[in-house]
Design a protein around this ligand. Structure first.
Ligand code: GLV
Ligand code: MN
Ligand code: MN
Length: 396
């Protein structure tokens, strides 16, 4: 049976309706939210209709299992707190379309909490053995909810963990989430490798006080400490980073966040990404040294949360070659090889089996935003490349 691009797009739009934000094509479907669980239950029905056996594991990863040995394809269906309709969803629905049209045995997966409400690619990290379940259970989200409490909300659906040896490889299609393909007018990116990441919370504890009466020289102001830390860090990183290195303070919880109170505490996320493990380590040293220095100078107590991380990984040459062959056939002269600066479940799955990834363009390079979008003709081109590549693979 040939792939059906109309059915593929209809299912992609249907998935968007779970947690549709009302702004453009945006979605609000964080892991374990009501919208996420409802979307997973709908996906399980679509998997069953495709002849696959739906299977939820103890952390909410949803598999659609083909009988016997198979190729695994998919991504995730949870979203960022403010997300787009394609991040993760594209890879899951494309996998479903390939599974129901291919004469090859294809299983489908939607991993849970790829977007890191609790950790970093939490569901696939646990399934792959990269993160122990009891360690994950103690992780908390930004509002203090524990992972074990969140996953309990799906306990009535849960069966055991799926044995990974039944899968012969993994392919994840995803939007690029960056500007390269769109700026160059290209349709397909074949991923060469995925960068590594480190992520941890840092807290400066000073003294909360009255904003009118406390003289400037007596203040132990947590916001001032964060501002100084950020400026110093940017300066010190200059000698260490490359144009591809990125770092982000994306979440700041300033306490008590009131205009007439000198803030006594700031807890913030510190995340950094690069393709070289040595550089990630060097950056960590600079972060810790700078934070300690600022804490001493500003009379702050310094605390670190657990540091989560994933190492950089290279894609499997054989599966990658099949994707390149597909790209050349579907989009001659309009594809490239490229690294992934975004994280993906494929990083974790690479611990278990050969993996490869395919990108489609992101309009204006925007993602993790309601405005995220891709031309439907590019989504279909990606699906065609997958279909072509699966036909070439001899991993079965
Ligand atoms: C995944 O969404 C990432 O943060 O790269
Ligand atoms: Mn994603
Ligand atoms: Mn994402």
């Amino acid at each position: 049976m040939a792939i059906d691009s109309t059915r593929f797009l209809e299912d992609l739009h249907k998935l968007r309706s779970f947690g549709a934000s009302g702004v453009g094509k945006g979605v609000i479907r964080p892991a374990y939210s009501a919208a996420d669980i409802a979307a997973r239950q709908w996906l399980a029905e679509r998997m069953a209709a495709a002849g696959l056996t739906p299977h939820f594991d103890p952390v909410g990863n949803l598999f659609g299992l083909a009988e016997g040995a198979s190729l695994l394809m998919g991504s995730h269906s949870d979203s960022q707190p403010e997300g787009g309709w394609l991040d993760g969803a594209l890879g899951v629905i494309a996998a479903l379309e390939i599974a129901r049209s291919s004469d090859r045995p294809i299983s489908v997966v939607s991993f849970q909490d790829e977007e890191g409400r609790f950790g970093v690619t939490t569901g696939s990290a646990i399934w792959s053995g990269g993160l122990a379940l009891d360690q994950a259970d103690a992780l908390t989200d930004a509002s203090g909810i524990r992972f074990d409490a969140a996953r309990a909300s799906m306990a009535d659906l849960a069966q055991g963990f799926v044995d990974p040896t039944r899968f012969k490889g993994f392919i994840e299609m995803h939007i690029e989430q960056g500007p390269t393909l769109d700026a160059e007018g290209e349709q397909i990116g074949v991923v060469t490798d995925i960068v590594g990441i480190r992520d941890m919370a840092i807290t400066f504890l000073g003294q909360q006080n009255h904003a009118g009466t406390t003289p400037m020289h007596l203040r132990r102001d947590a916001f001032q400490a964060l501002a100084l830390f950020n400026a110093r860090l940017n300066d010190r990183f200059r000698n260490v980073v490359t144009p591809q290195t990125v770092w982000t303070i994306g979440r700041v919880d300033l306490h008590p966040n009131a205009s007439s109170i000198v803030p006594g505490r700031v807890r913030f996320s510190m995340q950094w990404r690069d393709g070289e493990p040595d550089r990630l380590l060097r950056m960590e040293e600079i972060i810790r040294t700078t934070a300690q220095e600022v804490a001493t100078e500003q009379e702050m107590t310094l605390e670190y949360g657990p540091m989560l991380g994933l190492e950089p990984v290279a894609m499997d040459p054989a599966i990658r070659a099949a994707l390149e062959h597909g790209a050349q056939s579907v989009a001659p002269g309009k594809w490239r090889r490229m690294p992934s600066g975004a994280l993906h479940d494929a990083t974790n799955v690479a611990r278990l089996m050969p993996v490869a990834m395919l990108f489609t363009p992101s309009i204006n390079g925007i993602s993790h935003d309601f405005a995220e979008d891709t031309a439907e003709s590019d989504l279909i081109a990606g699906l065609e490349v997958l279909d072509h590549a699966v036909g070439l693979l001899d991993v079965f």
